[in-house]
Design a protein around this ligand. Structure first.
Ligand code: ATP
Ligand code: MG
Length: 234
């Protein structure tokens, strides 16, 4: 059964539809990517999944239940974790305070993964008492992931994790996400424009153009750089 299922989702900020009749599903345990050029609606798609934007039509189902009308905080309590584009860590708070914030936001979680997140990202343990604003972009991305992961989400939504991060750290984060998926069984839906990240992280990938899902790639198609590149920046 699909963990997440979007059916006929249309969404808009004003009159112009930004998502048009989007169908998409993610099975339990999968890592699924969504790729597409700037402005095609990738972040908007994740916002409709977390509940920050209500669709004009269509349904969002999670664990087989229609959650289209559920508020974002309720979806978070049900195990949807979200790492926004640009990371949004609290710069004046320390690394540890940011991680604890992830626990506070998800009060009532059965088991927090406080020590586990530091095992995945040892650099955060080294910098636990440092203010988050002093971290590099890559370290801030790790912290944003740790903050979402600490409440042990069933589904983790990740918006352009590689943006503005140096290549070696990008590779490391891709590997970390795969390890998290393997070890903890966390299902991951991520959005990317970085070809390398798509190929190394995704089991399967959707392609978007102008608010529509126009293709779905797996296996050989996902191994073919040319096919992926066609859906990314010109
Ligand atoms: N808060 C908003 N209010 C009005 N329009 C918006 C808002 N956020 C995004 N848009 C518009 O919706 C469209 C899709 O934006 P979205 O951020 O989802 O694209 P994206 O694929 O994530 O792009 P990028 O790769 O640059 O992050 C764009 O035309 C954008 O200008
Ligand atoms: Mg975006």
């Amino acid at each position: 059964m699909a963990l997440l299922d979007l059916s006929g989702v249309t969404a808009a900020y004003d009159r112009t539809p930004v998502l048009r009749d989007v169908d998409l599903s993610v099975d339990q345990g999968e890592i699924v990517g969504v790729m597409g050029k700037n402005g095609v609606g990738k972040s908007t798609l994740l916002k409709t999944v977390v509940g920050l934007l209500a669709p004009r039509s269509g349904t969002v189902s999670y664990h087989g239940e229609d959650v289209t009308d559920l508020a974002a905080d309720e979806r978070a309590r049900r195990g949807i974790g979200y790492i926004p584009q640009g990371r949004d860590v609290f710069p004046k708070l320390t690394v540890e305070q940011n991680v604890r914030m992830g626990e506070t936001i998800n009060e009532g979680c059965d088991e927090y993964l406080h020590d586990t997140v530091y095992e995945y990202f040892p650099v955060l343990a080294e910098r636990a008492d440092q203010s988050a604003g002093t971290l590099s972009g890559g370290e801030q991305q790790m912290l944003a992931i740790a903050r979402a992961l600490v409440a042990n989400p069933d589904l983790l939504l990740l918006d352009e994790p590689s943006e503005g991060i140096q290549p070696s750290i990008v590779d490391q984060i891709s590997e970390d996400m795969r390890a998290i998926n393997d070890d903890l069984g966390t299902t991951i839906l991520f959005v990317e424009q970085n070809l390398g990240v798509i190929r190394s992280m995704a089991d399967r990938c959707y392609a978007m153009e102008r608010g529509e899902v126009v293709d779905e790639l797996a296996g050989e198609a996902l191994a073919d750089e040319g096919t992926i590149a066609g859906y990314l920046a010109v």
